[in-house]
Design a protein around this ligand. Structure first.
Ligand SMILES: Cc1ncc(COP(=O)(O)O)c(C=O)c1O
Length: 390
């Protein structure tokens, strides 16, 4: 039987057994609607409030600053549209400028493009070859009409961590709200929303050993949002829909565990990542995408000359290895990743990239296995490639 190694934790994670155990009773025992006033409802609503505390705690926030959502995409949408619509209503034409950056996840990027379509001005900041925004460009982009900066905490492809503290300071100095998509960063780096001057922060359950289809938006006390989904008025009218109590309980538990395990997880992941990077870079004409130091502890993103990443990924899959490519298959055309193009790679270089994202369950043996298989597969593909004529 082929050995199976999962190294695509950036795409999704298994749900922690303790999290599953915590969730299970909320399917068939405590199934009441948390909004109901009877005992069944109260049991469920107590659990939702406990989760709110657990989620807040991992961010250094207060429970009443947490809004539960259906995941990272909804959190990003609620943050950007919620602030923008509210702002427009209050300030009219003034305050129509949003600043973001070129390498955001589509959940932010596409939302910002939509905002442009409906009349907002959006500045998409470029990034350097490592994927970092330039702080002077951020500062220069701010005008009196800027009301929101939305810059991701850490990039989902190349793992680069943006300078959160500095961005927070700039936002505060100019009295502009600061939202960050922290979906890849939560549980992989310490986060304190107060220290970093973050006003809004998106999180997603399934990237942190919790369930899919649940997430949260942190919104600093006093930050006024307009709802983007009208209905029964849940979450102080900001996010109507019956509470997904099993999912919310799971999100809370996984945050609690993530906080307890953060130091240990980070050390474990960093060890494995560094070993993987060292071994990957030993392959002829291989390069690391993303920042060499300011990167997520679980991310190794390689580029191999004369390789087609999709083929590499498929051949690794045959060896039981789950990885991701640097290309995003959007529509029917295989397009080079916007992140890799934004850091200055040519399309053929972008297509020759491979993302390996490690998780809590990976071992040194996993890394040895993957690092042992990649050179062979790379060589096989190069032997067939007209671009590799050594
Ligand atoms: C940085 C980032 N933002 C947003 C999302 C979307 O999150 P969700 O799948 O919970 O909607 C992802 C998922 O890949 C992500 O990596």
């Amino acid at each position: 039987m082929t050995k199976k190694v999962y190294m695509d934790y950036g795409a999704s994670t298994p749900v922690d057994k303790e999290v599953i155990e915590e969730m299970l009773p909320f399917f068939d025992k405590h199934y009441g609607n948390p909004s109901s006033i009877h005992s069944f409802g109260r049991e469920a609503s107590d659990a939702v409030e406990k989760s709110r505390e657990q989620v807040a705690s991992i961010l250094g926030a207060e429970p009443d600053e947490i809004i539960f959502t259906s995941g990272g995409t909804e959190s990003d949408n609620l943050a950007i549209k919620g602030i923008a619509f509210r702002n427009k209503e209050k300030r009219g034409k003034k305050g129509v400028n949003i600043i973001t950056c070129a390498i955001e996840h589509p959940a932010v990027l596409e939302t910002c493009k939509y905002m442009e379509k409906i009349g907002f001005n959006v500045k998409f900041l470029p990034v350097d070859k490592h994927g970092l925004i330039k702080l002077n460009e951020l500062e220069d982009a701010i005008s009196k009409d800027t009301f929101l900066i939305t810059i991701m905490f850490a990039n989902h492809e190349i793992g680069t961590i943006e300078p959160m503290e500095e961005i927070g300071k700039i936002a505060k100095a100019h009295d502009v709200l600061f939202h960050t998509d922290a979906i890849q960063a939560v549980c992989k780096t310490p986060i304190d929303v107060d220290k970093l001057n973050i006003d809004l922060l998106s999180i997603s359950g399934h990237k942190i050993y919790g369930p899919k289809g649940v997430g949260a938006l942190y919104a600093r006390k006093g930050t006024k949002l307009q709802t983007i989904s009208h209905g029964g008025g849940h979450e102080k009218g900001l996010r109507s829909s019956t509470y997904n109590s099993p999912g919310i309980v799971g999100l809370g538990k996984t945050c609690e565990l993530g906080k307890i395990r953060l130091k240990k997880d980070m050390a474990h992941l960093k060890n494995l990542r560094d070993l993987l990077i060292k071994k990957g870079l030993a392959i002829e004409e291989s390069y690391l995408n993303g920042h060499p130091e300011k990167r997520l502890v679980n991310n190794a993103h390689f580029r191999f000359t004369a390789i087609e990443g999709e083929s590499l990924n498929l051949m690794l899959d045959d060896k039981g290895i789950a990885a991701a490519t640097g290309s995003a298959c959007s529509s029917k055309k295989l397009q080079a990743s916007h992140v890799l193009l934004a850091i200055g790679l040519k399309p053929e270089q972008a297509h020759g990239s491979l993302r390996l994202t490690l998780g809590r369950m990976n071992t040194k043996e996993d890394v040895e296995y993957v690092a042992g298989e990649i050179p062979e597969v790379v060589q096989k593909l190069r032997n067939m490639s007209p671009l590799w004529n050594r």
